[in-house]
Design a protein around this ligand. Structure first.
Ligand SMILES: Cc1ncc(COP(=O)(O)O)c(C=O)c1O
Length: 399
């Protein structure tokens, strides 16, 4: 894809897209429709609605089937991703699992990149396997392995770009070309780390785009949520299954996500800039062994990231010299960066994957899956870049 085609989501859309033009009482901002159910004038009104003869296409019957506050943010996320439609969920994992379930059945085969979010991997390798859906795991960003893994039963390729924690980026145009060349193979990309500001997988031919809105989309570390965006025919399959499985986004959470979305572009642009500066500082720091940030030339995915992303997001991973204890000392010496899982919010967060996501593994087991015990994952917030830099540099000087 040529440089000028990497459009990224519009900040105007982040503020306005999907807004209901008929707000009660002429309020500027949306009301929270805190209701579990909806009313009908009389039985004739109910019968008209049930027969699909009601002219209000947005009218709902029951809270598990839809909510106007939620619908508004669904439309906004669809616009940001350049998709026909989107469905909202209570969490990112609800979006991932409901989407995968909607697209697979017993006897199907799924190809999954090994370095995807570990709960997604667990869902495909353990839960889906119990229902007769087979899978093959392929190496980070490896399209050769992916192509070789596709069988006549393959119906879905699941990827993420960038991935956690090493930030590998997959060439999404090539991924979608391979899947399309094999016939009935769909693609689903978890774009949580990229955000629509930096990358819009639909422009590369990807079928479904998933987000943990808990991260950048809401942006304030105060709400859980998830979305899947894509073409109408696939989104209606996912929406129908949401009505059955019931992992709906709560209207109050939808309001918070809608408010957070308004500042998505300004937040992500700030995070892109700070993370790049931190990555460059770390790359020449004597206490640091290795830095992983897709826009550094030293990153294995640099050329893919540089050609398909407008920025690489707010997460920087790095390995400090001195092993596991040194990483712990560095993290403990931070004053601004707070120890917590999650990423993408306005607060700078820091964590040591060996102590959190992989705490039950020995150093030998960590080596087998390629996680360095001295690896640190930093998610920069929107504080002053100089303050984030000073915090990380100050903490490194403690080593
Ligand atoms: C890439 C990615 N996808 C999905 C999820 C799951 O999202 P949630 O925690 O909102 O269920 C996460 C959470 O950490 C994630 O990092």
């Amino acid at each position: 894809m040529a440089e000028h085609e990497r459009t990224g989501a519009s900040s105007t859309d982040a503020v306005h897209a999907g807004a209901d033009s008929r707000r009660p009482h002429h309020t500027l901002t949306p009301s929270i429709a805190q209701t579990a159910t909806y009313t009908f004038e009389d039985t004739a009104d109910l019968s008209r609605y049930m027969r699909g003869e009601d002219h209000d296409a947005e009218r709902e019957e029951y809270g598990r089937y839809g909510n106007p506050t939620v619908r508004e943010v669904e439309r906004r996320v669809a616009a940001l991703e350049g998709a026909d439609d989107a469905v909202a969920f209570a969490t990112g994992m609800a979006a991932v699992t409901t989407s995968i379930l909607a697209l697979t059945k017993a006897g199907d085969h799924v190809v999954l990149f090994r370095d995807c979010y570990r709960r997604t991997r667990q869902f495909v390798t353990q839960t889906l396997a119990r229902f007769g859906v087979r899978h093959t795991l392929v190496g980070p960003a490896s399209l050769d392995e992916l192509e070789a893994a596709i069988t006549p039963e393959t119906r879905l390729c699941v990827g993420e770009s960038p991935t956690n924690p090493y930030l590998y980026c997959t060439d999404l145009s090539a991924l979608s070309r391979i899947a399309k060349s094999k016939g009935r193979v769909r693609t689903l990309v978890d774009s949580t780390f990229a955000t629509p500001v930096n990358l819009r997988p639909r422009e590369h031919g990807i079928d479904l785009v998933v987000h943990s809105a808990t991260k950048y989309l809401s942006g304030h570390n105060d709400v859980l949520g998830g979305f899947v965006a894509g073409p109408t025919h696939l989104i209606s399959l996912v929406r129908d299954l949401r009505s059955v499985l019931g992992a709906n986004l709560d209207p109050h959470a939808a309001f918070l996500i809608g408010r957070g979305l308004k500042t998505l572009a300004v937040r992500v642009e700030k995070q892109n800039a700070t993370a790049l500066e931190v990555a460059r500082m770390l790359e020449v720091h004597p206490a640091v062994e290795r830095v992983f940030y897709p826009l550094l030339e030293s990153h294995p995915s640099h050329s893919v990231a540089a050609s398909q992303m407008r920025g690489a997001g707010g997460v920087v991973s790095f390995v400090v010299k001195g092993g596991r204890p040194a990483a712990g000392r560095m993290i403990d010496a931070c004053r601004l960066a707070t120890i917590a899982p999650s990423l993408g919010g306005v607060e700078t967060l820091i964590e040591q994957p060996a102590l959190m996501s992989y705490f039950e593994l020995s150093d030998e087991e960590l080596a087998q899956i390629g996680i360095d015990p001295a690896l640190i994952r930093l998610s920069v917030g929107i504080e002053e870049t100089r303050d984030v830099l000073a915090d990380i540099e100050g903490a490194l000087s403690a080593l």
